[in-house]
Design a protein around this ligand. Structure first.
Ligand code: NAP
Length: 215
C-alpha cells in the first residue's frame, strides 16, 4: 500500500487514477478546487488551489507518490509550468516519487525523430499554448530537476479525453518516448490509462523517463 496524492484528482485523468489506486487499496488523497459530485469511497478529498504553495505542501507531505494531473488550461494557463516546478520541488523534499499525466504531442513518431510538438501546423492555433506548456515539462522542466527526484511522465494516446471516452478493454500498450501507435490506434479510455498508470506506480521500473500508454 502506498500513500498517493493526486493533484487534480477529480479531473478526467485524475479521477480515473484515483479510482484505480483506491480500488487497489492504496491510501489516496485527491486535491482540487472543488469537491466531486460522486466521491469515490475511501478517498480523502481536499479542497484547495494548487497555485498556493502551502496547500500543495500540505497535500504532498507524507505522500509516497505524487501524481500531477492538472491541465494547462483556464486560470492555470499562465502558471502551469511554475505550479509543476513547485510540485516537483515539494515532492523531492518529501522523498516522494512524481508521476505526471502528460500529453501525446511530446512523443515521437519514431526513434530519434522530432517530437510531434515541433510541428503543430495541423492543430488549431488556440490549442498551441496548452500543448507547448504540457510538452515543456518533459523537454525542459523535468530533466532539469535535481537527480534526487524520481519522476515518470506518462503520455496517453492521441485520442484521450472526455470527448473521446473510448472503450474499457482492460489492457494497454506501453511505449517509451516513441508513440506505440503513431498511426492513431484509437482512443484509450481513462480506465485503461489509469490501469497502466497505477501499474507503473506499483512496478516502479521507470525512472526519470517518459512513457506512452496506448491501445
Ligand atoms: N491526448 C492528450 O495528449 C491528452 C488529452 C487529454 C488530457 N491530456 C493531459 O492530461 C492532463 C490532465 O487533463 P484532464 O483533461 O484530465 O484535466 P481536467 O479534466 O480539466 O482536470 C483538471 C483537474 O485539475 C483540477 N484543478 C484545476 N485547476 C486547479 C487548481 N488551481 N488547483 C487545484 N486543482 C485544480 C480540477 O478540479 P477543479 O476544477 O475542481 O479544481 C480537476 O480535478 C493535462 O496535462 C492534459 O494536457 C492529454
Amino acid at each position: 500500500m502506498s500513500r498517493i496524492t493526486v493533484i487534480g484528482g477529480t479531473g478526467y485523468a485524475g479521477s480515473a487514477i484515483v479510482a484505480e489506486a483506491a480500488a487497489r487499496a492504496h491510501q489516496v488523497t485527491a486535491l482540487s478546487r472543488s469537491l466531486p459530485d460522486a466521491p469515490i469511497p475511501n478517498v480523502t478529498y481536499v479542497e484547495g488551489d494548487a497555485t498556493d504553495e502551502a496547500t500543495l505542501s500540505a497535500a504532498i507531505e507524507g505522500a509516497d507518490v505524487v501524481v500531477a494531473a492538472l491541465a494547462p488550461r483556464g486560470p492555470l494557463a499562465g502558471t502551469f509550468r511554475d505550479v509543476y516546478s513547485t510540485i516537483a520541488r515539494l515532492a523531492d523534499a518529501a522523498g516522494a516519487l512524481l508521476f505526471v499525466v502528460g500529453g501525446y504531442s511530446s512523443l515521437r513518431p519514431a526513434p530519434g525523430a522530432d517530437r510531434f510538438v515541433t510541428d503543430l501546423s495541423h492543430i488549431p492555433t488556440e490549442l498551441h499554448d496548452e500543448i507547448r506548456a504540457g510538452a515543456a515539462l518533459i523537454t525542459e522542466d523535468l530533466p532539469a530537476t535535481p537527480a534526487t527526484l524520481d519522476w515518470v511522465f506518462v503520455s496517453p494516446a492521441l485520442r484521450f479525453g472526455a470527448h473521446v471516452p473510448g472503450e474499457q478493454l482492460g489492457r494497454y500498450r506501453l511505449g517509451s518516448d516513441v508513440a506505440v501507435q503513431p498511426e492513431d490506434g484509437g482512443a484509450i479510455s481513462a480506465a485503461d490509462y489509469a490501469l497502466g498508470f497505477v501499474d507503473l506506480i506499483e512496478k516502479g521500473d521507470h525512472h526519470r523517463a517518459q512513457v506512452n500508454l496506448g491501445h
